[in-house]
Design a protein around this ligand. Structure first.
Ligand code: NOJ
Length: 503
């Protein structure tokens, strides 16, 4: 989580010690079953803006990422944008070859809202977009690859942004209509739906720190409103599915939340671990999967008293009323989890960050271990035990809800001999297997990403693909990296094989 927030990183990481070249990225097997259960599924993930390109073709409307990269190229590390990216809109056949080579059981991709509904509302339905996504879904199914569809992966239609985006509660209605069209059009074949990808990483940088589009700078207020409306939009889509489609389509609907695990910096501070988790995963997971149908008690209490101290007449975080609590509580058939890394945590005294802000409300200070290997991304350190511990925390706190790991991955310069990615993948698969052996209900694991793609503000400077894509070549060939061969060997044997033959 917070992968796109260098600002928070600078403010809150007390010491970032870069790892020595021989620092390990590994995890021991916990001694139980060595084989993944037979119903466990392996996959890979992508997102529309990061791979599709064709940003203005065949009737697609602009999204906030189109506008932002065009208006502010200086904010992207290499001044690039997703106008063409890996051209998956025209080259899905090449992606399919890679998917088949990997032998994945499922493929998680996102639908571009503004490709389907260029104006965001229901006035224009873009048939070309329907044809494209129908083709993707049908090809996947023909090849026994289950489609897992994300409905919203950061790329808000510009049409909706014109009147406030996620700060206007009309977005709940708009999203519900969009969801209705998705379920109606594709739900006969798509049985796994993810309403939103990483609400925190969309709302905090977008409506808080202004690091991402729509670049609204109102921390501790607009970002909280965004998450509030987003949770309501999620739950409304979930209820719609249950009422109108479930009886005929029999699919599952969930949400993807990103989180790190937190370890106490000082041995006597176990409660800061809980604080770290309640202010991240819990903010979104507690209302849906917890008992109260509301934000974590601690979070509500802190922000209410901070708001009163600031002289406000009401809390910057409005708890859900009875009506919304009822709708939100239980609105997830699974918890989608994006896990990349972990942190040490301690109470920040005095609190850090702008006043007000999430950093200030959470009053936490983060650091990393010098034994954690660092990826190309400055926020990404290899901490596989954190995934195992996070899965156990979810098991214990949310009644062992079914978890799909919807993202987990490592960045580098795009080398074909990507030994570090193999180490990372191997260690994190081990974390998943250990957790499964310890009774956690994890049923899907998806690696980020199938192919190299547009990494938001980092442009094409940080690569996460199992397949290399030469972004400047005419045909944008997908070339398997060593990690792709390694992942395939795990998928085939359903065991965490030795990586010796792949480096
Ligand atoms: C999570 C996001 O969902 C994805 O879009 C991004 O590329 C990866 N993290 C890596 O930062």
């Amino acid at each position: 989580m917070w992968d796109q927030l260098p600002l928070i990183l600078c403010l809150t990481i007390s010491c970032v010690c870069f790892a020595d070249a021989d620092v390990k990225c590994e995890l021991q097997h916990n001694g139980n079953n060595e084989q993944f259960p037979k119903e466990f599924s392996f996959g890979v993930s992508t997102a529309a803006y990061q791979i599709e390109g064709a940003w203005n073709e065949d009737g697609k409307g602009p999204s906030i990422w189109d506008n932002y990269t065009h208006m502010h190229p200086e904010r992207i590390a290499d001044h690039s944008n997703g106008d063409n990216a890996a051209e998956s809109y025209h080259r899905f056949a090449q992606d399919l070859v890679a998917l088949k080579e990997l032998k994945v059981g499922f493929y998680r991709f996102s639908i571009s809202w503004s490709r389907l509904l260029p104006k965001a509302d229901t006035t224009v339905k873009n048939q070309k977009a329907i044809d494209y996504y129908n083709m993707v879904i049908d090809k996947l199914l023909e090849n026994n690859i289950e489609p897992m569809v994300t409905m919203f992966h950061y790329d808000m239609p510009d049409g909706l942004m014109k009147f406030g985006g996620f700060t206007n509660d009309i977005v709940i209605k708009y999203f519900r209509f969009y969801a209705d069209i998705l379920f109606e059009t594709f739900g006969d074949r798509v049985k796994k739906w993810i309403t939103f990808n990483e609400p925190f990483d969309y709302c905090l940088p977008g409506y808080g720190s202004a690091y991402f589009p729509p670049m609204i700078h109102a921390p501790g207020v607009a970002d909280y409103i965004c998450m509030d409306n987003l949770l309501k939009a999620h739950a409304s889509a979930y209820r719609l599915y249950k009422a109108k489609y479930f009886h005929s389509q029999r699919g599952k609907v969930g949400i993807t939340i990103s989180s790190r695990f937190y370890y106490p910096k000082n041995n006597d501070a176990e409660e800061v671990v809980d604080r770290g988790l309640q202010y991240s995963l819990g903010w979104l997971a507690h209302p849906i999967f917890g008992k109260s149908g509301n934000y974590p008690y601690k979070v509500i209490e802190d922000i209410t008293s901070n708001s009163m101290r600031e002289g406000l007449a009401w809390s910057r975080l409005r708890p859900f009323n009875f009506y919304w609590s009822k709708i939100i509580k239980g609105s997830g058939d699974f918890l989608g989890l994006n896990y990349y890394t972990s942190r040490y945590v301690e109470i920040a005294d005095p609190p850090l960050g702008e006043n007000p802000s999430w950093e200030r409300d959470s009053r936490l200070k983060y650091s990393v271990d010098k034994n954690w290997k660092r990826a190309k991304s400055n926020w990404l350190f290899c901490a596989p035990k954190g995934l195992e511990d996070l899965l156990k925390w979810i098991r214990d706190n949310y009644n062992n809800v079914e978890v799909y790991i919807t993202e987990n991955g490592w960045s580098d310069n795009g080398e074909l001999n990507d030994a570090d990615r193999i180490d990372y993948l191997k260690a994190h698969l081990q974390a998943v297997l250990n957790a499964v052996n310890d009774g956690c209900k994890v049923t899907y694991y998806s690696h980020w990403s199938l192919i190299d793609n547009f990494e938001w503000n980092r442009g094409f400077t940080e690569k996460f693909g199992l397949y290399y894509v030469n972004m400047t070549s005419k045909n944008k060939e997908r070339v398997a990296k060593n990690s792709a061969h390694y992942y395939r060997s795990v998928i085939e044997s359903r065991k965490i094989s030795s990586s010796d033959n792949f480096v």
